[in-house]
Ligand binder design. Structure first.
Ligand SMILES: NC(=O)c1ccc[n+]([C@@H]2O[C@H](COP(=O)([O-])OP(=O)(O)OC[C@H]3O[C@@H](n4cnc5c(N)ncnc54)[C@H](O)[C@@H]3O)[C@@H](O)[C@H]2O)c1
Length: 256
């Protein structure tokens, strides 16, 4: 039985993770926390506790893994709290600064196993591989990344777009990155990154490779957040019993 706790339990992703976890045999939600809505009953009867009670809730409910889909500032604190008491982690929250990322790494390394990824969908994990291959093959082409998300998304560009930049840099070596353009801006050899926000777009990512006389576009579109939620639940099942350290979704998918 995998016992899971969830921070961000009443959010868009938290709500779906509860639904997806309920479909998995031998998985049980044992605690749900959120910054709002303490006292709300979750499906299965767990009562949402206030985010400030995380340590007590974890000590009492003894989960194998904490899944976090909140906001960057809260997620860093949640990771430090859970890792400090030996609870494995699945982190889907995005928008971390380099300092926040290194704080989480320090808390996790040598203590617990954690899957951290800005995108839990199978399709995006294939998309990153295709983009890296295309970047290596089309070295002189201009590269632009265009992402689109709903109007409630807090961070920009998306964590998935930033991970896409990393995939391209791994293939090409370090490259300049420009976030949006305005005014007189002749193009150099930079990677351009553009964030579109509107309506209820779940998440689109396109990488455009433009050369002389042709262009190639590699595109992923999420139709529903279920693609992320089911990946996160699968990662939670996978991470229990792994050696301490930080893993990606690629590690989880290797074991399909
Ligand atoms: N990795 C992925 O595959 C993936 C997919 C979708 C969204 N995300 C990311 O997940 C995060 C959440 O997205 P969402 O759409 O569910 O947002 P949301 O705003 O709907 O939900 C976030 C929830 O976290 C709660 N929260 C805030 N501070 C908290 C704290 N200290 N403790 C507990 N709960 C707290 C909020 O009250 C809210 O209910 C974002 O960073 C988003 O970019 C990642």
């Amino acid at each position: 039985m995998t016992r899971i706790a969830l921070t961000g339990a009443l959010g868009r992703m938290g709500t779906l993770i509860i639904q997806e976890a309920a479909k998995v045999k031998d998985m049980q939600l044992v605690a749900g926390l959120d910054a709002i809505g303490a006292g709300t009953a979750l499906p299965g009867g767990i009562i949402v506790r206030d985010a400030s009670q995380l340590e007590a809730a974890l000590l009492e409910s003894k989960p194998d893994v904490l899944i976090d889909f909140t906001i960057a500032k809260a997620a860093v604190d949640n990771v430090c709290t859970a890792a400090g008491i030996g609870i494995n982690l699945v982190v889907g929250t995005t928008g971390f600064s380099p300092e926040q990322t290194s704080r989480m790494k320090k808390a996790i390394d040598g203590h617990v196993a954690a899957v951290i990824t800005p995108n839990f969908s199978l399709g995006v994990n294939v998309f990153w591989k295709l983009v890296a291959d295309a970047a290596a093959a089309l070295k002189d082409y201009d590269i632009e990344i265009i992402e689109a998300h709903h109007n409630q998304k807090k961070d920009a560009p998306s964590g998935t777009a930033l991970a896409t930049v990393q995939a391209i840099k791994t293939a090409l070596g370090d490259s300049e990155v420009i976030y949006g353009r305005e005014g007189i801006m002749p193009r150099g050899k930079e990677i351009g990154v553009h964030a579109v926000r509107g309506g209820d777009i779940v998440g689109d990512h396109t990488v455009l490779f433009a050369g002389s006389g042709e262009r190639l576009e590699i595109k992923h579109q999420a139709h529903s957040r279920t693609a992320f939620a089911s990946g996160a639940v699968r990662a939670a099942d996978w991470v229990v019993g792994k050696e301490p350290g930080i893993y990606t979704m690629a590690d989880v998918l290797k074991s399909r």
